[in-house]
Design a protein around this ligand. Structure first.
Ligand code: HEM
Length: 74
């Protein structure tokens, strides 16, 4: 992502909006699903990833269903 408006020591994360329309994910574009990319989070997001992994299957499914609504309309 270009950082035209912020200093280079600030890490700009990708926006969630449109997420469902932008696979594959990650630096290497090797993560094909939303489930995989959430599980791959580390660093400051490690706790969130751990909570996702230990959540009930129906809660993970509900979250993924919501995230799949974040599409970019052409
Ligand atoms: C359920 C919650 C989350 C979802 C669905 C999510 C989704 C994503 C996705 C799809 C990407 C890849 C973007 C791309 O490659 O195009 C990403 C990257 C990233 N996310 Fe999240 N994220 C979540 C929570 C978080 C949290 C809590 C943090 C920080 C505290 C975080 C920090 C980052 C960072 C730093 C990257 C870039 C990592 C890299 O490119 O190697 N995310 N996230």
């Amino acid at each position: 992502m270009a950082q035209r408006f912020v200093d280079r020591n600030i890490f700009m994360t990708a926006e969630l909006w449109g997420l469902a329309s932008t696979p594959p994910y990650g630096h290497r574009n090797d993560l094909t699903t939303i489930d995989e990319v959430i599980r791959a989070h580390g660093g400051d997001a490690r706790d969130s990833a751990a909570r996702y992994k230990s959540a009930a299957e129906e809660d993970r499914s509900a979250l993924i269903a919501y995230l799949k609504t974040l599409v970019i309309e052409q």
